[in-house]
Design a protein around this ligand. Structure first.
Ligand SMILES: *Cc1c(COP(=O)(O)O)cnc(C)c1O
Length: 226
């Protein structure tokens, strides 16, 4: 399959998942995750109409964002973020989806250049307890969301989660419950970033508003460089 065929197939998969879940057409967005793939591949995907791209590695992402500055793309950081790289992210990205430490959130807010709009953020939630290390625990989530929402140059938009590969139906049910509770507390939240190549369908059924899809669009990754 070509890149275009894989891309169109993913979009059709998301539309089918929306229908199966009884959700309106277009209620779930696709974030194309281009980590490890070169700027030319991102540009090729953008030519099919895709605007939002996700990246995990700060240096790699910064080079691509700068190389593709002539295109009107939206960039979302979705990887683990170290404090010493937060400035590069604050200066370039439209969204940071993997916020799970207040210290990093504070740095992003402080380092956002004057004149740029606030950084949209989702809080990464830890759905599987011991199985995954990143993410805020469900118990800490309400207070953490309040602290992030209070930062001047961040705009809290919702939640993000990465289920462990062996997650079962109870994990998806937990996500749905946490998302319902978060929106009951903060009705302005509009983004649940949930679902990847392997679990688009259960994630959409659980209420995802954006799936983050890498390999199903771009093919298998070669991690040799990382
Ligand atoms: C790499 C990555 C994805 C995409 O994963 P695929 O299984 O290739 O679709 C999604 N979310 C995060 C946080 C990732 O790191």
């Amino acid at each position: 399959m070509t890149l275009e065929e894989r891309y169109r197939k993913v979009v059709e998969r998301v539309r089918a998942a929306e229908r199966a879940a009884g959700r309106p057409e277009g209620s779930v967005a696709v974030l194309a995750v281009g980590k490890t793939f070169p700027a030319e591949t991102i540009a090729a995907c953008a030519a099919f109409g895709q605007r939002a791209f996700g990246e995990n590695y700060v240096q790699e992402a910064a080079a691509k964002i700068d190389a593709l500055a002539h295109l009107d793309l939206e960039w979302r950081f979705i990887g683990p973020l170290q404090a010493n790289k937060s400035r590069i992210v604050a200066e370039r990205f439209d969204w940071v989806e993997s916020v799970d430490r207040l210290r990093i959130a504070e740095r992003l807010s402080a380092q956002r250049p004057e004149g740029m709009p606030p950084i949209n953020v989702t809080v990464e939630v830890n759905l599987d307890g011991e199985a995954t290390k990143s993410g805020v625990s469900p118990e800490e989530l309400p207070a953490f969301m309040d602290a992030v929402a209070a930062l001047p140059n961040l705009r809290l938009r919702g939640l993000m989660a990465i289920p462990s590969p062996d997650a079962g139906p109870e994990t998806y049910a937990r996500m749905r419950r946490l998302w319902d509770e978060a929106r009951a507390r903060r009705p302005e939240l509009d983004t649940l970033s949930f679902g990847m190549s392997a679990d688009i369908e259960p994630a959409v059924a659980a209420g995802s508003t954006q799936v983050r899809v890498g390999s199903a669009i771009f093919g298998a990754r070669d991690y040799g460089k990382h």
